[in-house]
Write a protein that binds this ligand. Sequence first.
Ligand SMILES: Nc1ncnc2c1ncn2[C@@H]1O[C@H](COP(=O)(O)OP(=O)(O)O)[C@@H](O)[C@H]1O
Ligand SMILES: [Mg+2]
Length: 376
Amino acid sequence: MNPFEYSNPVGADALIDRDTETKTLVDRAIDGHNSRLVAPRRYGKTSLLGRVGNELAKEGFAYVYVNFFGVLTAADIAQRIELAYSQQLTGRLAAWFAAVRRGLTPTLGAHAGVGVAGVSAQVTVDPAAQQSVLERLALPRRLHDQRGTRALVVFDEFQDVLAASDQMDAVIRSEIEQHGDAASYIFAGSKPGMMRELFTSKRRAFYAQAGAVDLGTLDPQDLAEYLYARFERGNRTLTGAIDGLLDVGAGHPQRTMQLAHFLWEQTPAAEVADEEAFARALDTVMNEITDELRAVWTGVTDSQRRVMVAVAENLAGLHTAASQARVGGSRSGAPRKAAQALVDSGDLVADTRTRTGYRLVDPLLALWVRARGQTS
Ligand SMILES: Nc1ncnc2c1ncn2[C@@H]1O[C@H](COP(=O)(O)OP(=O)(O)O)[C@@H](O)[C@H]1O
Ligand SMILES: [Mg+2]
């Protein structure tokens, strides 16, 4: 069995480090505070939240994990919340919810409320759909009143609720601000720009409502130990390949695990994972993700592509590199704006160690951008 999972959230036993973040999130929830967890896709947010949920369950909390990825309407939001309770509560709490559920206003069809043109979010929320959202948001309050149980509610990919309506954060806040000790919330998201807007803009309902917890890259020492131990446990020796793995993976949690997964595939039992095995593993991974990388590349603007190249190639400066390419004419702020857009989408992060002041979040995208043109 290959011990390296890279496409689904991992359990606490497979989670490297993140001890400080776990403790912070657990302590804050116990103290009745809300938190927000913002990190790029694949940095281990969902995995970490699962671990936090387990630890709080030991403290008697009900743990409810709602993923808002891709919701388009208020009805979608209501259904996601309801589904979370029906699938995740166990024992007496499951019985409690089965009874409570009968009294909820039914949610409309999942696509009710999608704009007529089907493209833009509504400014206001349909009152019936709003009512069904509010009833489901109120569940922790009822659980606490009726059973004395506190809840940790996680709203993952929280920024996606704005797709249903620009007012959805206000709708949500109007209910959960009444929860006091009944429930603590963690709002997680992978779009730094929208999460910043939601929680740090004075015009938004959640302004200053949740303390920030960030997730960075993983420490090379933690990674090296974990990777070595997992290979060893599977009767394989990780030697020559470790440098490549740490260099190319660059501390990115999921990309490092993906590379390790295919390195394992290249290493028969009782053998050594060496540089050649790593080179083959890297080829396999790059083949596997070509379509995905190409989609990222084609999904951004020309200016953003120029910024990606400047950053991936670590050119002298964003402005010089980009203006040589005549982004938006001379002396324009276009490169900065393009870089900011990529930061907001979670594709780029500030990094003082580089000449551009940024680095691409995905080290394999950086590799691919540097090699572009050389492959088809
Ligand atoms: N701390 C970690 N230790 C080990 N692997 C991790 C860690 N964080 C993330 N991963 C890897 O990243 C993948 C995606 O994790 P996930 O929790 O789904 O990330 P996110 O929710 O941020 O997109 C996992 O399958 C795992 O391979
Ligand atoms: Mg996730």
